[in-house]
Design a protein around this ligand. Structure first.
Ligand SMILES: *Cc1c(COP(=O)(O)O)cnc(C)c1O
Length: 364
């Protein structure tokens, strides 16, 4: 094994993050009651122009809280795209509901509205629309179906659909602030919505099921899925650097596009109505194994994308479908290392490893 020279992802931390964390520690406020949590929530609300934000311990926690707040559970179906990180389907299963997988479109790699129409039944309570790999779903087409939408924007900070920003769509949206996401808090997530009743329900569930007017009295079975003030200190600093961090990733993507121009690789498509915000630069090829092997030899941590969700052991439920587009992408797509501040020589090293894998001469 060659030692890793270029990791898949890395962090872009400035003095601001260090200063805020130090301040949180110095003031003695490290739990979720600290002021950075409230400031972080306000900063996210400002970014996505939405009324209410509740910070959580992770994106997965945020998904589960929304599902519980909407009282989705056993006997209910939730439509989930077949191409996604597994968390949305896990959250559905965790509340006892059934994830129903819809194929994606070849043009966007996001959920196909026609498939959602075909799969809806009288038990369908919700669609989780995942803005996969920094590309928004076709919200106009999805909204026309009149199924409540939960937008999973965990990978899509800063992307937009016909001018509407990711995180502002559906009955609620969630973000993740895991260390490898575009805006990070170490671990973290949030629920964003304009629905006051929904956010109150989320906050109650996330405060052990206790209501402020009756202290220490458990009204409903609740959780503690809250974000700490330490994480929020990092998250606030990162949110204040929103444009810089987005531009950092998009610049890496542009450099890959230039370095790999003319190379027989399919780049992840971007619809005419979408503004992509790169999360991980993603390409697809029938020669994926050769490209990954070449990257491994060069110490480049490129990786194959997730298997299609119906092919995960946890979700192999009795449902039929072929999910041809999602499975085709899962079989061919790979991620190239991407982070804000990634040095140009690392991008060149990756690009050369990709070219060699395709038996092309390195560019330099
Ligand atoms: C990362 C991610 C999540 C989960 O977020 P965590 O903070 O890691 O729990 C959910 N959905 C998608 C699409 C993700 O990429």
């Amino acid at each position: 094994m060659t030692a890793i020279r270029v990791p898949l992802s890395s962090i872009d931390i400035s003095d601001r993050e260090r200063r805020y964390v130090r301040d949180a520690i110095d003031t003695g406020w490290i739990s979720s009651r600290g002021s950075y949590v409230r400031e972080f929530e306000a900063a996210i609300a400002g970014q996505v122009v939405r009324g209410f934000v509740a910070a959580t311990a992770s994106g997965t926690c945020a998904l589960e809280l929304v599902l519980r707040a909407l009282e989705i559970g056993p006997g209910d179906e939730v439509i989930v795209p077949a191409l996604s990180f597994g968390a949305p389907a896990s959250a559905v299963a965790a509340v006892g509901a059934r994830p129903v997988f819809a194929d994606v479109t070849a043009e966007t790699w996001t959920v196909d509205p026609e498939e959602v129409r075909r799969l809806r039944t009288s038990r369908t309570r919700l669609l989780i629309a995942v803005d996969v790999l920094g590309h928004p779903c076709d919200f106009e087409a999805l909204e026309a179906l009149e199924i409540p939408i939960l937008e999973d924007a965990a990978q899509a900070h800063g992307s937009s659909c016909r001018g509407r920003s990711a995180g502002s769509l559906g009955v609620a949206s969630i973000f993740s602030f895991h260390a490898n996401k575009t805006i990070s808090a170490g671990e973290g997530g949030c629920v964003v919505t304009d629905d006051q009743r929904l956010i109150e329900r989320v906050l109650e569930l996330n405060d052990y099921g206790i209501r402020p007017e009756r202290p220490y009295t458990t009204q409903i079975v609740g959780h503690n899925y809250r974000m700490t003030n330490l994480s929020a200190a990092v998250g606030l600093a990162q949110t204040e650097r929103w444009d810089e961090l987005l531009a950092g990733r998009n610049a890496v993507s542009e450099q890959y596009d230039r370095a790999l121009a003319g190379v027989p690789l399919e780049r992840r498509p971007v619809a005419a109505w979408a503004r992509e915000a790169t999360w991980l630069h993603t390409v697809a090829t029938e020669e994926r194994e050769a490209v990954l092997a070449s990257c491994a030899r060069a110490g480049v941590d490129a990786r194959a994308i997730w298997p299609a969700l119906p092919d995960h052991p946890a979700f192999e439920v009795a449902q039929s479908g072929s999910w041809e587009v999602a499975r085709g992408i899962s079989a061919r797509a790979l991620w190239l290392p991407t982070w804000s501040g990634m040095p140009a020589d690392a991008i060149a090293l990756v690009s050369d490893a990709v070219r060699r894998g395709l038996e092309l001469r390195p560019a330099r």
